[in-house]
Write a protein that binds this ligand. Structure first.
Ligand code: LLP
Length: 386
């Protein structure tokens, strides 16, 4: 990714910079690779980045949306994504959110509990509608990623466990305003090892066999969630994730019944590499045993390092000096407001512009206003005259 450093000089920092060309190339790749297989459908996980201008680009690529709140359903639909391509997950959907999604005519609710199913039944009945649902099953598959972003273990709050599934299906079948159309899974995020997805495929195969044998049931839709990881360590070497390998892994390991449709909910892999948080060094500060680069972006702009100890490459876009060793820290009044510790980057001085890379996913989307800080702005490459 090339940064228009001269154009950055006149823009107030911090801001998120998005390379539209890379986003479009990534979308092209995901569509091309999915289209190699019959019945593969990609839904963009809006939670990764719901910037409306990016959502419009996602919509132009013709893929659907995966949403986890009424607000995300609204954002997806406002960007032009057809309601018929929207899936809606989440353990805590409120009546208001369910009603909005029903009125919008979304494709499917990924349901996570019996009380939620009862709420959907009641609200659909009031409207004389029939809601399509997929049961989110907790596959109890461990994913090799940070503990805070695994979702498919028995201890996680998501989905219904295997032992409960039969009872949940009975409940759904007794409800006239709910139609069971599929099963939904998601094991975690930032997965670079295909073995985790293969383990998920094996669990789904077992479950499908069981449902077929015991209930004669074959559901038309299987949704395997998202989770494909990106290379935070080498964004320029791997700007576009290996969608070819990812889809082939499912095609080779998941046993679909004739006509079954397979859905994916990819977030990070679509938007992470096209975004960077651009910030300026406000001060260089010497501690007793450390050198700090204090930048004007903080954990409120990008919380991943503070929350998950996540690694993001940091580049000084203007210095060609030999490396120094720094902690790059923000201005927020929290000791955890640290982007990296003891990192070698070119010697940095006040005013230098830095890029915190691979920040397009769960960066701007997770920004908040602590310390009365303004939310970060977004600049698209297409905004600049280059
Ligand atoms: N589907 C479901 C049901 C999910 O829970 C998630 C992410 C996705 C799809 C999209 O996963 P992706 O393809 O982006 O891995 N804030 C964390 C990540 C949280 C992911 C939550 N669920 C981070 O910054 O790493």
């Amino acid at each position: 990714m090339q940064f228009p450093v001269e154009a950055f000089a006149s823009i107030e920092t911090p801001f998120y910079y998005y390379d539209v060309e890379l986003l479009k190339a990534t979308l092209d790749a995901v569509k091309r690779e999915a289209a190699k297989y019959d019945g593969f459908h990609v839904h963009y996980a809006v939670k990764a980045n719901y910037n409306p201008r990016l959502l419009e680009i996602v919509n132009a690529a013709g893929i659907g949306a995966d949403c986890v709140s009424g607000g995300e359903v609204r954002a997806a639909i406002s960007a032009g994504i057809p309601a018929g391509k929207v899936v809606f997950a989440g353990v805590g959907k409120t009546d208001k959110e369910i009603a909005y999604a029903l009125d919008s005519g979304i494709f499917c609710f990924n349901v996570e509990s019996v009380p939620e199913i009862e709420a959907i039944e009641r609200l659909a009945a009031e409207r004389g509608a029939v809601a399509q649902v997929a049961v989110r099953v907790n596959p109890n598959v461990g994913a090799h990623t940070h503990a805070n972003i695994t979702t498919g273990l028995a201890e996680n709050k998501f989905g219904v466990n295997y032992e409960q599934l039969d009872g949940v299906i009975d409940v759904i079948e007794s409800m006239p305003h709910i139609k069971l159309i599929g099963l939904h899974f998601h094991i975690g995020s930032q997965l670079l090892v295909m073995d985790d997805f293969i383990a998920l495929c094996c669990r789904i195969n077992e479950l499908q066999e069981l449902l077929h044998e015991t209930r004669g049931m074959v559901l038309p839709h299987i949704n395997v969630g998202g989770g494909l990881g990106v290379r935070y360590d080498a964004p320029d070497k791997y700007p576009i994730p290996d969608f070819d390998l990812y889809f082939a892994t499912y095609a080779n390991n998941l046993k679909l019944y004739p006509g079954q449709q397979l859905h994916f909910e990819l977030g990070r892999s679509i938007v992470a590499q096209c975004g960077a948080l651009i910030t300026r060094a406000t001060y260089i500060k010497n501690g007793t045993c450390k050198q700090f680069v204090v930048v004007d972006a903080g954990m409120n702009d990008l919380i991943r390092p503070a929350l998950y100890d996540a690694y993001h490459r940091i580049e000084n876009l203007v210095s060609c000096e030999p490396d120094g060793v720094y902690d790059v820290v923000g201005p927020v009044c929290e000791s955890s407001d640290v982007f990296c510790k003891d990192r070698r980057i070119p010697a940095t001085k006040r005013g230098d512009i830095l890029a915190i890379r691979t920040a397009g996913a769960y960066g701007e989307a997770m920004a908040f206003g602590y310390n009365c800080r303004e939310l970060p702005k977004a600049v698209l490459s297409t905004d600049l005259n280059m």
